[in-house]
Ligand binder design. Structure first.
Ligand code: ADP
Ligand code: ADP
Length: 225
């Protein structure tokens, strides 16, 4: 089953004027595919991701994750946002373990997985540090670890590097590609940046300025190492 299956998804935010954010969006992922979602501000990219994550309800259409109709936050999704949303009063490793605690699973079973992720992201020496001691790029790496700790079927990233300076951002794209080549999760990656969308994606989905309309779907087959 596809990790994400969207058919004619429509989303209207309620309110006096009713904002049409998504208008008939259809998209199906292939297993292990890295999908970049590109488009100008306000065209519904974040809304689409939040609908997939079950954080918003759709108004019309069909939306399923792993073959299951989305109704509320499913537990097999990892998310990384522009602002990393790390808890400042918890160490890096206690931030990474948050989803495990949230699901009321035993954190002891995840020690090895956490060590692997810390190593993979180059944070192995920072597990006991606190978020304010880390650089922006390191914070996002910690957020990526947190998103991956429970082996999500799907990784959703909403402009994860949008708040970083250009140089760090480029480095993080290289990092993310390296990480993804290890994990091979299905990814939806939202960005404004054409270069990073193309660099990272197996496929680039372009949302048009008309709310949430997919203007064109480009499939870019990149040679992978
Ligand atoms: P982006 O960086 O994706 O363009 P925005 O800066 O437009 O996002 O929005 C940031 C936050 O504000 C989001 O969580 C979004 O849900 C919320 N938001 C955006 N537009 C509106 C709106 N018209 N009314 C209420 N909330 C909004
Ligand atoms: P993008 O991520 O592409 O910048 P968004 O999904 O944030 O676009 O926003 C799509 C449209 O929906 C915009 O017109 C935005 O103002 C509106 N919007 C986003 N979040 C909300 C919200 N919580 N309430 C009302 N309108 C919103």
């Amino acid at each position: 089953v596809p990790a994400v299956e969207a058919r004619h998804v429509r989303k209207v935010y309620p309110g006096e004027r009713g904002v049409l954010a998504l208008d008939s969006v259809s998209l199906e992922t292939r297993p292990g595919e890295f999908v970049s979602i590109l488009g100008p501000s306000g065209c519904g990219k974040s809304t689409f991701l939040r609908c997939v994550a079950g954080l918003e309800t759709i108004s019309e259409g069909h939306l399923a994750v792993q073959g299951k109709k989305v109704s509320g936050p499913p537990d097999n999704i990892g998310m990384v946002f522009q602002r990393d949303a790390l808890l400042e009063w918890r160490s890096v490793e206690n931030n990474i373990l948050l989803p495990i605690e949230f699901k009321k699973k035993a954190t002891s079973a995840y020690r090895q997985k956490m060590a692997d992720l810390l190593k993979l992201t180059g944070l192995q020496d920072f597990s006991n540090r606190y978020p304010q001691e880390l650089s922006g790029g390191m914070r996002q790496r910690a957020a990526i670890c947190r998103a991956l700790i429970d082996d999500p079927a799907l990784l959703l990233m909403d402009e994860p590097f949008g708040a970083l300076d250009a140089l760090t951002r480029d480095q993080m794209n290289v990092e993310l590609q390296r990480i993804w080549l290890e994990t091979r999760n299905t990814v939806l990656f939202v960005t404004h940046g054409i270069a990073e969308a193309v660099f990272l994606g197996d496929r680039v989905v372009v949302f048009s300025p008309r709310p949430g309309r997919i203007a064109e779907v480009l499939t870019i087959d990149l040679p992978r190492p």
